[in-house]
Design a protein around this ligand. Structure first.
Ligand SMILES: C[S@@+](CC[C@H](N)C(=O)[O-])C[C@H]1O[C@@H](n2cnc3c(N)ncnc32)[C@H](O)[C@@H]1O
Length: 227
């Protein structure tokens, strides 16, 4: 599949998530055998936030991270540019404030959050420099970031199985929902910088204590850092 270039990407991605919003959660649970919830829980645990903290869920989609953070007593702002994803998030994100905005230009005050989380969104941004700079800006000094994203297993044997599943089976199952969207999903990994470059981009913005943790044999990555 041809993936959109930086100029058209935001419009294509927004329209795609608007289209798939009502079935996004179902497909997530099917594709990950329900493990996506566990990964988000791991990411939230890595932040070790005391109740009463304030967190931003960047590109919150249908609000899974918002719900997880609210469950442990954290005040959440969920931000996304897809109106349809936010509509699904509404009833599921009790207590969260939902904002429709672009992750590349956050309408949020400097140093107003203890943490920023983001799930499976990096591939979808038109660039990473702007959202990383914005995350740094809105975090308080000492604030933490936890980013979940797909990845490729390091073992060559697992890579073969992962490729068959993620690049062939997922688009096939996804045909039932939205052929274009679930072909875009594996294809969009092309946008992701490799580990060294991703960590370097975060470091250049000012983040420190950068760590990458591999989940599910490396099929998923959890990047954490602090300001
Ligand atoms: C794969 S979904 C992930 C949703 C959610 N974070 C999760 O873990 O399920 C990617 C989300 O990123 C949002 N998104 C992509 N680019 C964005 C941007 N520039 N600003 C705000 N939201 C964006 C999409 O609308 C979509 O809801």
């Amino acid at each position: 599949m041809n993936i959109p270039d930086a100029g058209s990407k935001a419009a294509v991605v927004e329209a795609m998530f608007d289209r798939i919003a009502p079935r996004y959660d179902l497909m997530n649970r099917l594709m990950t055998f329900g493990m996506d919830r566990f990964w988000r829980r791991q990411a939230v645990q890595a932040l070790a936030l005391p109740p009463g903290s304030r967190a931003l869920d960047l590109a919150c989609g249908t609000g899974d991270f918002c719900a997880e953070l609210a469950r442990i007593g954290v005040g959440v702002v969920g931000l996304d540019f897809s109106a349809a994803m936010l509509r699904v998030a509404g009833p599921r994100s009790t207590g969260a404030t939902l904002v429709r905005a672009d992750a590349l230009r956050l309408p949020l005050h400097d140093q107003s959050f203890d943490a920023v989380v983001s799930g499976f969104a990096l591939r979808n941004f038109a660039n990473l420099e702007d959202p990383f700079r914005e995350c740094f800006r809105v975090l308080k000094s000492g604030g933490k970031i936890a980013l979940l994203e797909v990845d490729t297993p390091t073992s060559s044997l697992l890579r073969v199985g992962h490729r068959a599943y993620f690049h062939h089976l997922v688009p096939l199952i996804g045909r039932l929902i939205d052929h274009e969207a679930y072909s875009y999903l594996p294809a969009s990994t092309e946008y992701l910088p490799d580990e060294a470059r991703l960590l370097e981009m975060l470091a250049r913005v000012g983040f420190r204590g950068l760590k990458k943790r591999r989940l599910l044999a490396g099929a998923v990555q959890l990047i954490s850092a602090s300001r």
